[in-house]
Design a protein around this ligand. Structure first.
Ligand SMILES: Cc1ncc(COP(=O)(O)O)c(C=O)c1O
Length: 432
């Protein structure tokens, strides 16, 4: 009787969840929660997740306060984004795209770059459509594609040769024959990310021209993730693939206020592209989030309006160059090889020479993952600096390429980076 009315039935998981979660790796414990501050010693210096330990500029947070104290920005915005922000994006980017941008049909404000990218996938993918992405890839791409019934196809960026003395991010290369072989009759899109997380690679004009030629030949939609477009070092040139001949019509460019204004929690991003891409994406985005939070759109608009008068992006690049150099000089002193990043706020350290005891008390969460998971855990516990294992940014079959590297984020103040640099010298005794 009791069993018949379900009294003894296990009621903790009555409703099966969608298999999409598994396909999108959403059930595997993600790297951010494994290497989360809560799991690491309290005094561990966090160079793991890519967010700043400093505030956005005062004149931007002041604009946020003002917006909160005004009635209209506390309410729904137009799903395209607030007109003031779209106008500010137009003013800031028009020149860089060598064309006039129409704020009604060519700019869409999104809830962070993530939601914008998700909405593009929703708008364009049919079940089984293939999306090419370069490995290592920003981990969010995978679930965003599979949740929308697409199929990720991976093409590795090849790391510099082991015996290369001082590799730069430009030494991570694309094998264009391999890329061509990855294209099938089901390929719909290719994702380009420049400057690239986590390699720091700034794609060259020639590389982008080759990708563009392939996109043209096979009629591919190009998603150009340029969220780090204001973080290029050593006067490197940022080439927008959308500006190459013929590419505007098939390219959507992705931007993020989170990266530009040290405001990753604000969740304001944007897409720039032709009406043929923006209009369907707007339809998807409207039904996913309806609109992006209004007060922070106003603040970002105000920020973009003021960047020139504050020489903000120029100053910010110099500050990041200094942060990068503090961390790199610590690696140099330690004598461990790294990839010199030309953009972003990440640097890949070659951890293949870091030896750790096999019987070290590793938590369950890093067992069965790439060697880099253990190395990063070991470094965090033994020297007190956290980083992110790079195999997380590879598909399972290519884990071996990523597991030689740990990603350190230098979007931190100089004192923190100096302290991390000193602690990292403690790795010396574990190098082989
Ligand atoms: C390459 C890349 N694309 C997109 C994003 C997401 O940006 P947002 O925080 O604006 O959603 C990130 C964030 O780390 C990123 O590294």
């Amino acid at each position: 009787m009791a069993a018949a009315n379900g009294a003894h039935k296990d009621r903790t998981a009555l409703i099966p969840f969608s298999s999409r979660l598994r396909e999108g790796r959403a059930l595997a414990q993600d790297v951010w929660s494994i290497f989360n501050a809560a799991n690491l010693p309290a005094d561990c210096i966090n160079l793991g997740q890519g967010y700043m330990n400093f505030a956005p500029p005062k004149w931007v947070t002041k604009a946020a306060e003002d917006a909160l104290n005004t009635v209209s920005p506390n309410h729904y915005s137009h799903p395209r984004g607030r007109p003031r922000l779209r106008q500010a994006i137009k003013n800031q980017y028009e020149k860089q795209f060598n064309r006039e941008l129409d704020i009604e049909s060519e700019i869409l404000v999104t809830s962070g770059a993530n939601e914008g990218q998700y909405s593009v996938f929703t708008a364009f993918l049919e079940p089984g459509d293939e999306v090419i992405m370069f490995e290592p890839f920003f981990d969010q791409y995978l679930p965003s594609v599979t949740f929308n019934a697409g199929k990720p196809v991976y093409v590795p960026l090849h790391p510099p040769a082991h015996d290369q003395k001082k590799p730069t991010s430009n030494d991570w290369t694309i094998d264009f024959e391999e890329l061509r072989r990855a294209v099938t009759s089901r390929t719909k899109m290719i994702i380009v990310n420049t400057p690239h997380n986590p390699v720091g690679k700034v794609f060259t004009r020639t590389e982008l021209e080759n990708i563009a030629a392939l996109a043209e030949e096979f009629n591919l939609l190009v998603m150009s993730d340029e969220v780090y477009d204001c973080l290029l070092f050593d006067n490197k040139e940022h080439v927008r693939i959308a500006t190459l001949p013929g590419m505007w019509d098939r390219t959507v460019t992705v931007g993020s206020a989170g990266k530009s204004f040290a405001a990753t929690g604000w969740r304001v991003g944007w897409l720039i592209g032709p009406p043929s891409i923006i209009t369907p994406t707007l339809a998807a985005s409207t039904r996913i989030v309806f609109c992006t939070n209004s007060p922070l759109q106003e603040a970002v608009a105000s920020g973009l309006e003021q960047v020139n008068q504050h020489h903000f992006f120029e100053t910010q690049v110099k500050e990041y160059e200094e942060r990068r150099d503090v961390l790199l000089s610590a690696f140099d002193k330690l004598g461990v090889k790294y990839t010199l990043p030309e953009g972003t706020y990440f640097v890949l350290l070659d951890i293949s020479n870091v030896a750790f005891p096999v019987d070290y008390p590793f938590p369950q969460s890093v067992e069965g993952r790439g060697r880099d998971f253990k190395a990063c855990w070991f470094i965090a516990l033994e020297v007190g600096v956290s980083s992110i294992p790079v195999s997380e940014f590879y598909c399972e079959e290519h884990t071996n390429i990523g597991e030689s590297f740990a990603r350190f984020a230098f979007c931190k103040d100089l004192d923190t980076l100096r302290a991390a640099g000193e602690r990292l010298q403690g790795l010396k005794k574990f190098l082989v």
